[in-house]
Design a protein around this ligand. Structure first.
Ligand code: NAD
Ligand code: GLY
Length: 346
């Protein structure tokens, strides 16, 4: 199956293919960017499918800490050494770290060359590989340097998820559940009725998430409005990730806790019913996701919201569920109300 992503500028349009990757043929040079882990597991599967007379492999170390200037520079240098030109294509083959780096490298190499995403984590298939956010981390924060640069195509192959560690799988489920809570009540119910063990269940979840994300990014490519809804749970998650120095939780796990915190706020404000709050929490737990984090200093936690790049004019923007399947964006929530939510985690 394939899902169309369209933009105001039709030259940016592309398809996301799910379980459709057979052969990719190129007239020009191609470089596959992957990491040591994914390359070791799956390069033997992908290489015969890429038909180019000039094919290069760029392997980077595995880990979020390598989503850096140094690795970006390494990729760019390899592209020059391999003599890629403006007609060449980069292929990202890995999780969100590889796709964010590769997309960014593609966006600046010789002022921009084509790139294709072949995501190999669930998180990258349901979220990171689609929508054109690319970038790297710096000591000042995550993803603070980057570009909006759309791929030419995305190929999500559910078979690559066979080797994904369970925790990484659950982290991807968190981002999928996020989409369901924000936009689609029936889709949310799907997580209650299925375990996502079967290939067709996974393909369905990937398809639903890509469709939902396609709709959002085609309306708001550069996050001037509705795209910010995809950051539900993230305001809390970023503080948790910072406090734990990115060591304790995977991003999707922090988002799961963050969603539970946002849901408690929504419950207190009357946007979510008690029964809905519990249903969401139960689904997150069912997929082995954490929902609790012990806050040491709630005042400090609150102050940290203002460091988030999504906060502006000293107002914290909260994305909350307005029942399951709808959202509300609030930037005028009383400090005491937020602190009372944080107190329940202290
Ligand atoms: P990741 O890329 O670090 O991958 C997680 C781990 O799984 C890594 O160790 C990786 O080597 C391994 N792995 C990948 N595929 C595998 C496979 N098939 N089998 C076995 N192991 C495999 O993490 P991620 O969760 O995919 O992505 C997180 C990154 O994505 C973060 O940097 C985040 O900022 C970014 N992100 C970007 C967007 C976006 O819109 N651009 C959205 C969400 C997240
Ligand atoms: N992952 C959030 C976004 O793509 O906007």
């Amino acid at each position: 199956m394939k899902i169309d992503i369209s933009f105001k500028d039709p030259s940016k349009d592309y398809f996301v293919y799910i379980d459709e990757l057979k052969e990719l043929e190129f007239d020009s040079s191609v470089a596959i960017v992957t990491n040591q882990r994914v390359g070791g597991l799956w390069l033997k599967d992908i290489l015969p499918k890429i038909k180019s007379k000039n094919l290069h492999i760029i392997s980077i170390p595995d880990g979020e800490e390598y989503k850096s200037f140094e690795t970006l520079n390494y990729i760019l240098e390899q592209l020059f050494i391999a003599k890629l030109d403006r007609k060449s294509t980069l292929i990202s083959f890995g999780g969100g770290v590889v796709s964010d780096l590769t997309g960014f490298a593609a966006s600046i190499y010789q002022r921009g060359i084509s790139f294709i995403n072949i995501p190999t984590t669930l998180l990258a298939q349901v979220d990171a590989s689609v929508g054109g956010k690319t970038g790297i981390n710096t000591k000042f924060g995550k993803n603070l340097i980057g570009s909006f640069y759309q791929p030419k195509a995305v190929y999500c192959e559910s078979k690559y998820l066979q080797t994904l560690p369970n925790r990484e799988f659950s982290a991807g489920v968190a981002e999928a559940i996020k989409m369901a809570i924000m936009f689609d009540r029936n889709f949310f119910q799907y997580f209650a009725n299925h375990n996502l063990h079967k290939k067709e269940e996974l393909a369905f979840v990937i398809k639903k998430c890509v469709e939902l994300k396609a709709d959002i990014v085609s309306k708001d490519e550069k996050e001037s409005g509705i795209r910010s809804v995809l950051n539900y749970g993230h305001t809390f998650a970023h503080v948790i990730e910072n406090e734990t120095k990115y060591l304790k939780f995977l991003h999707g796990e922090a988002v799961s806790i963050g969603m539970n915190m946002a849901n408690l706020l929504a419950l207190k404000l009357g946007y979510l019913k008690e029964e809905e709050y519990k249903r969401i929490k139960d689904i997150l737990i069912k997929f082995n996701l954490p929902v609790y984090y012990k806050i040491k200093d709630k005042e400090l936690f609150y102050e940290s919201f203002f460091l988030d790049k999504k906060s502006s004019n000293s107002k914290v923007k909260f994305i909350l569920p307005n029942s399951i399947g709808n959202f509300i964006i609030k930037d005028d929530i009383d400090r005491d109300m937020v602190i009372s939510v944080l107190s329940e985690f202290a």
